[in-house]
Design a protein around this ligand. Structure first.
Ligand code: NAD
Length: 460
């Protein structure tokens, strides 16, 4: 759907005017809007699961992960009264008698652009923080998850007037149109390539950005580990949402001594989770569209398929697949996979695994399976990634109080819990000073004696 330029321009003008009335700033108003959003989502849970199924064949339980935004809403509603309070800070003796405070204030009119893989939660989750922080918001859902996009549009338009929260459906052309306007913040979730386009457009207006991007998240498996449990967590993290998860383990780096045994365990897990033929279970998702299907299928030309490999373009099905014998120059090791294909590399020493990770762009997530605490600390210390799990995959994203975001090529900024509120807030520093108690030494003509006193004071 194309939205006319005049329409977007007039909505943004109305949002600027509405924000200027300060209507969005009171605690009561913000709480009311969050409660309204929570009620609307809670009463549409079945429809949301249904559209996720239509777009991605998403099993209902995996759809429920997206409904966790309801928890985020409860958390924001509970904590907002505390978050919006000004914080007192100390002032120096030279400023006596005065008070200094940090005031959280909304940024203004903000833009949120989201992707298709968790199309519901990745639009709503940042929106919660933007509302909590007191902003007006323009939303752009992903056109590729079209059923979810429609539902989101209806839901938002039902409960919010466009001068407060507006939503524009559409693809690249609508996103680019939106990016041509000045916002007070842009929150983008998507691929690294588009992230650069967003940042370039934002730079023209000096607009700050949060970029939640992707990349290849490695998963190291050390020999000092319970292989059965490890295989279970890797299989789950890789194949939920048919591998279309930004923090899915992208490739495995396995200690060569346990490679054969771990592969055997993963094979058993795939069978235990999805049965003899994963194409027939309702618990396994589908690839979003033919374009992604074709891209993923071409990655199967690399290495040797040791598990899975079956595909069906008509149903956009790709079986949970493990690839062995891949090399670093294979396409599957060069681009983010973002699908149910798991390449395996083996290593001799942990140092060489770390070296490989550090030779690539900084990942969004890094996973380490090892019960050896020294090795845990070594990987923690010697690598950099947006986030990390030790003996787990994916689950760090569910810890409300852990800020979630990338570093380097995997993103800029972080959100979740209070971090989402912070993302859409400007912390304004304010000094209050009465007129009595002024120190005259700061006024010209300056005294040599005062300069000496300063020098002494600074060297103490
Ligand atoms: P994408 O970058 O193609 O699209 C994301 C959004 O940007 C969509 O709304 C799309 O309409 C818009 N867009 C696309 N091209 C554009 C352009 N040229 N100019 C302006 N806007 C444009 O990403 P996607 O394919 O929807 O999602 C997959 C990517 O997102 C993966 O790389 C994945 O790792 C990443 N991702 C990251 C996170 C995270 O939290 N870090 C979460 C989910 C997905």
């Amino acid at each position: 759907m194309l939205t006319s330029t005049t329409n977007i321009a007039s909505i943004l003008k109305a949002q600027r005017e509405y924000f200027a009335t300060s209507a969005t700033k009171s605690l009561d108003f913000r709480l009311q809007q969050l409660k309204k959003l929570k009620f609307a989502i809670a009463s549409k849970q079945d429809e949301i699961l249904e559209v996720l199924k239509q777009d991605l064949g998403k099993p209902s339980l995996e759809g429920c992960f997206e409904l966790a935004v309801l928890q985020d809403l409860s958390y924001a509603i509970k904590n907002l009264p505390r978050w919006i309070k000004p914080q007192k800070v100390k002032t120096g003796i030279d400023l006596f008698p005065s008070q200094a405070k940090i005031y959280p204030e909304p940024l203004g009119v903000v833009l949120i652009i989201s992707p298709w893989n968790y199309p519901f939660s990745l639009l709503i989750s940042p929106l919660i923080g933007a509302i909590a922080a007191g902003n007006c918001v323009m939303l752009k859902p992903s056109e590729i998850a079209s059923n979810t996009s429609r539902l989101l549009t209806d839901l938002i338009r039902d409960i919010f007037p466009p001068e407060y929260i507006a939503i524009e459906e559409g693809g690249v052309e609508v996103a680019q149109e939106l990016l041509s306007y000045k916002f007070d913040h842009i929150f983008f979730t998507g691929g690294t390539k588009v992230g650069k386009i967003v940042m370039e457009a934002a730079a023209k207006n000096l607009t700050p950005v949060t970029l939640e991007l992707g990349g290849k998240s490695p998963c190291i498996v050390d020999r000092e580990i319970n292989l059965t449990e490890t295989a279970k967590r890797i299989t789950w993290g890789k194949f939920i949402n048919a591998g279309q998860t930004c923090i899915a383990p992208d490739y495995l780096l396995i200690d060569k001594h346990i490679k054969t045994d771990l592969i055997k365990e993963i094979k058993q897990c795939i069978h235990a989770f999805y049965g003899d033929n994963p194409a027939t279970t309702p618990d396994y998702g589908r690839i979003i569209n033919e374009r992604q299907f074709d891209r993923l299928k071409s990655l199967l030309n690399d290495g040797t398929i040791i598990i899975g490999g079956e595909t069906n373009r008509d149903t956009k099905y790709i079986a949970p697949t493990i690839l062995d014998d891949v090399t670093l120059d294979c396409a599957v090791m060069e681009e983010e996979i973002f699908g149910p294909i798991l390449p395996i590399l083996e290593y001799d020493t942990l140092d060489s695994a770390i070296e490989l990770i550090n030779s690539k762009p900084k990942p969004l997530a890094l996973y380490l399976f090892s019960n050896n605490q020294e090795k845990q600390q070594k990987v923690l210390r010697e690598t950099s990634s947006g986030g990390m799990c030790i003996n787990e995959t994916i689950m760090h994203v569910g810890v409300t109080e852990l800020p979630f975001g990338g570093v380097g090529d995997s993103g800029i900024g972080a959100y979740h819990g209070k971090a989402t509120f912070d993302t859409f807030t400007h912390y304004k520093s304010v000094l209050y000073r009465p007129f009595w108690g002024d120190l005259n030494w700061r006024y010209a003509p300056y005294q040599e004696k005062t300069i000496k006193q300063f020098k002494n004071m600074f060297t103490k």
